[in-house]
Design a protein around this ligand. Structure first.
Ligand code: CAA
Length: 257
């Protein structure tokens, strides 16, 4: 892989995925996104990985889709290439993904953080959908996910003006989980990953699936979906182990079975 670096077992059962196109501020070209999807699909199948942390570098998580790659394309070429189809696949990743964000998370970069399940931000992080400044609009979910995350008024302001949101504002609006000093953002994300990786991976994935359902269904259907996943955990050895360990006042040892 040229633009993605994957390190497994950084912490037990945690994989670190780094976007690695630093000179272009990790601009998300087609090759990078294809590599990223392959990496996620492989990690999803890897029993030694329970949680994924996705990061860029201190200056940029990612400054958006690669403008140079698409600048001269026609609408029909864009439609036929349907590059965002690759991006859509990322949300099918079953394991939780934590974005560790420092510096620019703009356009497709911001959209990529919102495809993740949690965001830990450095205090230098800047989130934004500046596509309007280059004569276009978000194309990888920004108008939908940002609106759901921060509400209509703020999403309108950000998407129509191209203004950036500081890390603290992003925290205030509920876009990110936590803001920490720049030297801590990756550590914090890995710590959260490590904590989640100690839980039953089956329960974690069923919970992620149920939470994501809430964005797509009415309450009745979402509640029924949650209940089925709740009952399904009782088919796992991990649920038996978790409840037995509680009764025996000891730490559970989850096997992902
Ligand atoms: N695509 C391609 N190249 C990019 C890029 C992008 N999105 N963002 C930065 N780069 C490149 C720059 O062209 C520059 O390359 P050269 O050295 O070869 O000129 C290099 O990265 C460094 O960038 P800057 O010199 O501009 O760095 P800066 O610190 O002065 O500014 C910045 C940083 C404010 C992030 C600025 O680079 C910028 O505005 N980038 C574009 C942000 C943007 O508009 N993103 C949205 C893209 S469209 C999109 O994402 C659609 C979608 O919904 C999926």
């Amino acid at each position: 892989m040229d633009f993605i670096k994957v390190t497994e077992q950084k912490e037990p059962f945690v994989a670190l995925v780094e976007l690695n196109r630093p000179k272009e501020l990790n601009a998300l070209n087609h090759q990078l996104m294809t590599e990223l999807l392959v990496a996620f699909q492989q990690l999803d199948k890897n029993d030694q990985v329970r949680v994924i942390v996705l990061t860029g570098n201190e200056k940029a998580f990612a400054a958006g889709a690669d403008i140079k790659e698409m600048a001269e394309k026609t609408a029909i070429e864009m439609q036929l290439m349907d590059r965002f189809a690759t991006w859509d696949q990322i949300r099918k990743t079953k394991k939780p993904i934590i974005a560790a964000v420092s510096g620019f998370a703009l356009g497709g970069g911001c959209e990529l953080t919102m495809m993740c399940d949690m965001i830990i931000a450095s205090e230098t992080a800047k989130f934004g959908q500046p596509e309007i400044k280059i004569g276009t609009i978000p194309g990888a979910g920004g108008t939908q996910r940002l609106t759901k995350a921060v509400g209509k008024a703020k999403a309108m302001e950000l998407i129509l003006s191209g203004r950036f949101l500081s890390a603290d504002e992003a925290h205030f609006y509920g876009l990110v989980n936590k803001v920490v000093p720049v030297e801590m953002y990756l550590y914090e994300a890995l710590q959260l990953a490590k904590e989640i990786a100690q839980m039953s991976p089956i329960a974690v994935q069923l919970a992620k699936e149920a939470i994501n359902r809430s964005f797509e269904t009415q309450l009745d259907e979402g509640l029924a979906f949650e209940r089925k996943n709740f009952y399904l955990t009782f088919a796992s050895e991990d649920q038996k182990e978790g409840m037995k360990a509680f009764v025996e006042k000891r730490k559970p040892d989850y096997k992902g079975k």
